[in-house]
Ligand binder design. Structure first.
Ligand SMILES: NC(=O)c1ccc[n+]([C@@H]2O[C@H](COP(=O)([O-])OP(=O)(O)OC[C@H]3O[C@@H](n4cnc5c(N)ncnc54)[C@H](O)[C@@H]3O)[C@@H](O)[C@H]2O)c1
Length: 321
């Protein structure tokens, strides 16, 4: 199956992630068959997709008159067999439980074309585990999105020794054809790439706040208006490249062992102090919310709306809308 021939896709599980993938597939002109377990779950999925499209319209990413055409690309079913029968690409977004994902894959395999590509959205399970009992593991990859996939371009493709390398490239080409920025993990790795990077930064933020060096509010401000604003444009390797006339290599030579003192002092704990940190940081985050300008808002839904609006502005600059 060549990816340019993929016109019909399936989305299995229509919760937070599935409804967002379906929004994207349909926006990009693909026919999507959305599976969920019952009519109630499907009704929630329809609502999510409607809300996704309305906010894209509100923030100028698509025109209001496009909405009905996008919705017309989507059909819904409570039969996995029906969802996957005609699909060239199957995105699985079921609950994060290994036996369940394995059962879903078995149901998919019983009805899908043998060359249909399968990608699991799983955040925490390795593709070698999900496909342990698969009949056609060669066409299976991990396709881990960043939430919400209809907005955040990243998708992390992972594979295992049973995956056909050509199918890894096909999955990449498919995702690129719908505007995703696909990265490939050449070895299986828990947490994949982006969540590990995020956790490394968050561990140090927690350390700084728990040591009393700064408030949670100031740790956020330092990230947002310092490295974060650059990271919305380039990754850190490119930032290093631009920081020295000798490029990244020159920068590494210039830094020498200058970072070692910091590293020796930085967090290296292996257990998240979740409860303790929640107790310490919540008051500071509440203060931050109180201090936002009124046009941003002060409640979670108001601030999330502002985040989405800003996200779309950044995506427009990246020519993703
Ligand atoms: N939420 C996130 O931020 C996020 C980010 C990236 C990846 N993921 C991954 O995406 C997947 C889905 O997560 P979510 O947050 O959308 O969960 P969710 O609970 O919102 O959605 C799961 C959906 O699966 C449906 N479902 C239940 N049983 C099913 C079955 N047997 N077969 C198919 N579907 C079934 C549920 O009805 C529900 O609609 C998980 O594997 C998760 O790790 C989540």
């Amino acid at each position: 199956m060549n990816v340019e021939n993929i016109k019909q896709v399936a989305s299995i599980g229509g919760g937070v992630i599935g409804s967002s993938w379906t929004t994207l597939f349909a926006l990009r002109g693909l026919k999507v068959c959305q599976y969920d377990i019952n009519d109630e779950c499907i009704a929630k999925c329809v609502e999510n997709i409607d809300r996704n499209l309305d906010s894209l319209i509100e923030f100028g990413a698509i025109r209001a008159e496009e909405k009905e055409a996008v919705k017309a690309n989507i059909t819904y079913t409570t039969s996995i067999a029906e969802a996957v029968r005609e699909a060239g690409f199957i995105q699985e977004n079921g609950p994060e439980r290994l036996p369940l994902k394995q059962n879903i894959l078995a149901e998919i395999e019983a009805a899908a074309a043998p060359d249909a590509l399968y990608a699991s959205s799983s955040s925490g399970l390795l593709i070698s585990e999900v496909t342990a009992n698969a009949v056609h593991p060669e066409r299976c990859v991990g396709g881990h999105p960043y939430n919400p996939p209809h907005l955040i371009p990243l998708v992390e493709i992972s594979y295992c020794e049973k995956t056909d390398p050509q199918n890894v490239q096909k999955a990449k080409a498919f995702y690129q054809s719908i505007g995703k920025e696909a990265v490939i993990l050449n070895k299986e790795c828990p947490g994949f790439i982006a969540n590990r990077l995020q956790l490394a930064v968050y561990r140090e933020m927690i350390e700084l706040v728990m040591r009393g060096v700064c408030s949670a509010e100031d740790a956020d401000k330092a990230l947002t208006f310092g490295p974060g604003i650059r990271w919305a444009i380039f990754g850190h390797n490119m930032i290093m490249q631009l920081g020295n006339p000798g490029g990244l290599k020159g920068m590494m030579e210039m830094l020498g062992d200058g970072g070692d003192v910091w590293l020796a002092d930085m967090a290296d704990w292996k257990h998240m102090p979740n409860q303790e940190y929640g107790e310490i940081a919540q008051a500071s985050v509440d203060e931050m919310m109180k201090n936002f300008p009124d046009e941003v808002g002060h409640t979670n839904p108001e601030i999330a709306r502002y985040r989405d609006k800003m996200l779309i502005e950044i995506l427009k600059l990246h020519r993703k809308f």
